[in-house]
Design a protein around this ligand. Sequence first.
Ligand SMILES: Cc1cc2nc3c(=O)[nH]c(=O)nc-3n(C[C@H](O)[C@H](O)[C@H](O)COP(=O)(O)OP(=O)(O)OC[C@H]3O[C@@H](n4cnc5c(N)ncnc54)[C@H](O)[C@@H]3O)c2cc1C
Length: 479
Amino acid sequence: MAKIVVIGAGFAGQTAALYLGDKLGKKHEITVISNRDVFGYVPSWVWVGVGHMKPENTVFKLKPVLERKHVKFVHAAAKKIHPDVGDQYVIGEEIGTGKEVRLDYDYLVIAPGPLLNFAGTPGLGPDGGFTHSICSLPHAVKTRDAYLSLCERMKKGEQVKIVVGTGHPGATCQGAAFEYIVNIHKDLVKKGLRNKADILWLSNEPALGDFGVNGVQIKRNGIVQKSDEFIKSVFNDHGIRYQVQTGVTKVEEGKIYWQNYEGEEGVTEFDFAMLIPQFKGQPFQYIGKDGSDISSKMVNPAGFVLVDGKYGLAYPELAQTPEAWPAHYNNPNYPNVFAAGIAFAPPGPISKPFTNKNNLLIAPAPPRTGMVSGMIGRVVAMNIADLIEKGTMTHSERMTEMVAACIASMGDNLWDGNAVTIVMRPVVPDRKKYQNEYGRDLFVSHLEMGLSGAWMKFMLHHTFLWKFKGNFGWKLIPE
Ligand SMILES: Cc1cc2nc3c(=O)[nH]c(=O)nc-3n(C[C@H](O)[C@H](O)[C@H](O)COP(=O)(O)OP(=O)(O)OC[C@H]3O[C@@H](n4cnc5c(N)ncnc54)[C@H](O)[C@@H]3O)c2cc1C
């Protein structure tokens, strides 16, 4: 009987656990260790942050779902990983009691999502800083409260400044911030307060609509349309000001300090700001048999798990090397250790990085969205099942092969809501297969705005919660 441990039960970990339970649960021992006893449907935290969805509607208890799928649940935070052959185990700290938990494994899936590195930007974040975040549920709730009290000030006639975007020169997840800014716009219009707010998009992207994936390009009737023009027209229509090519370096009360591509330094004033922090890997200790620190064999300097990618290529070469992106997501030194979702180390950025004359690197990190994280979770689970049953892996999916869809809602109302629907193939350009300057399949890729997207976004919330609960037919719903 093999023992499999999954760290984290988010998009990647929960998907992996469901497939592992389904394939192996009756014969092998599968354990999920999570520091939260609920699954959180992260995309809907955008709506929590504007007060349009109750926080409890975005979560469900993990234990009953996992046990139904023959997977054990341990409510603990993983702390240490001992990957050396002969004695492979994870040490966690039980939530509530602080007791040490030891979980032995034959296969390990590391899927704990990002460490939200607010410390990377002085003054950033809701805990001891001056800005807000929607990257965790407690943060989204705090953001909602701050936003609603800002609305109260506006109702009394006050003019306010709202800033939304990225809070670090290397931040990712611009899509979530974009969704939040347009939801704020829509909410203020509904409340009759839009004329009381100056709204600014402040981001590290090389261009509007880049989203850390080098933008989205589509071809219709022989004409190439690009996401920078598309997002520019959305912002112009909504009266949202924008400033890209900008890395936030520090925040003080009511003031955001930044530098741009030209090396100019500036200060933007704000009454309310939601800025996405830099993401890092979770700070696990990786310990060898002799008690030594073996982190360098497991993770990159940012703490993301090294897998079967080709690391160290400079951007121009990486952009021409689709096979540099990992296919199986296991560590070359410890092949029975897999990483899924945000936890794996990408080989480099997707969008062109830029270093300004002050030596500040302004470069969006590559996003590993929910869909991508789920797909990787499935690939990893199927390969573990393969290794146990056949001794060899038969599943692979590089980000240079994946199709991804993303819907950014602009208001959640099914009658007058709106949404931008983005489909791209592949997520990371493959300039060998698609011989255009974008490295994408311009016919499959799609970019559209309309009411139907709002319906789809609403349906996705319910459909994905159904899937992640492992309810009837869950496998038929694609990641
Ligand atoms: C506001 C917002 C909106 C978004 N909208 C979209 C969208 O519309 N579409 C889309 O595709 N993507 C979206 N994303 C991105 C998507 O949510 C992430 O890509 C996805 O959640 C990453 O999955 P993951 O499993 O790697 O991490 P997570 O989903 O963050 O899951 C990680 C889990 O591990 C747990 N964990 C952390 N540390 C430990 C530890 N030490 N021990 C045990 N467990 C631990 C965490 O509590 C968490 O439950 C959005 C992101 C945000 C922030």
